[in-house]
Design a protein around this ligand. Structure first.
Ligand code: ZN
Length: 216
């Protein structure tokens, strides 16, 4: 807290939380340009099966600079970083869009409570940074507690009925190939829940794209 105040007053330099160098562009949180430029897609990745999901891609592992960048975006509400990260994944995501040719692109939304707390939806902002034409198809009904400490079975239970489809999209999803964007793949409970919902409304195929994954 004191550090933040001193930084705001210009009494101390803001240092990169990854490498300790001084961060000159203070709009991008505590990540310096050198560290940002080290964020690159990981190849190859061994993809396991995600229930109800036709295929998926992941930019890289949830570790190092990429993990730190996602934490700055989500827990310190650094909006410009979300756009910068979107620019980083743009080509990789673009390749997957070229392969899957979805009719509809959307994202896993945060609950309204978290939206107001953070001021933005990080997934939406990353997609904007990637220059992707997306729609707000999904809504989050329940404000679930962070899932990190739950087992897979517990997550599935918590996430059941956690998502819905916005009224104006209920009929539009039918026969569509839908690509859903999410930041992190952990156990796959979220993607399973969302894909099952979209398929139940008649979607032809559901694809997922993740920025980072823990199951690599
Ligand atoms: Zn750095």
């Amino acid at each position: 807290m004191l550090k933040t105040v001193l930084e705001a007053l210009g009494l101390t330099h803001r240092v990169c939380s990854c490498c300790g160098k001084i961060v000159s562009d203070t709009t991008q949180g505590h990540i310096c340009n050198d560290c940002l430029s080290s964020i690159k897609p990981l190849h190859p990745i061994n993809y396991g099966k995600l229930q109800f999901v036709s295929s998926y891609r992941m930019f890289a592992k949830y570790e190092g600079m990429l993990a730190q960048t996602l934490r700055e975006i989500k827990f310190k509400s650094v909006l410009p970083l979300a756009r910068i990260l979107g620019g980083k994944i743009k080509n990789h995501l673009g390749e997957f869009l070229g392969e899957t040719k979805p009719d509809l692109i959307t994202y896993v939304p945060v609950h309204t409570f978290r939206f107001w707390k953070r001021g933005f939806d990080h997934n939406e902002e990353i997609l904007k940074g990637a220059g992707v034409n997306f729609q707000r198809v999904l809504l989050r009904r329940k404000h679930s507690k962070p899932l990190a400490r739950l087992s897979k079975d517990e997550r599935v239970k918590v996430l059941k009925d956690a998502f819905g489809v916005r009224k104006e999209f209920i009929d539009l999803v039918e026969s569509k190939r839908v690509l859903v964007f999410d930041d992190i793949l952990t156990t796959g409970a979220t993607s399973t829940s969302v894909a099952e919902l979209l398929l139940s409304l008649g979607a032809e195929e559901v694809y997922f794209y993740f920025v980072a994954g823990e199951r690599v």
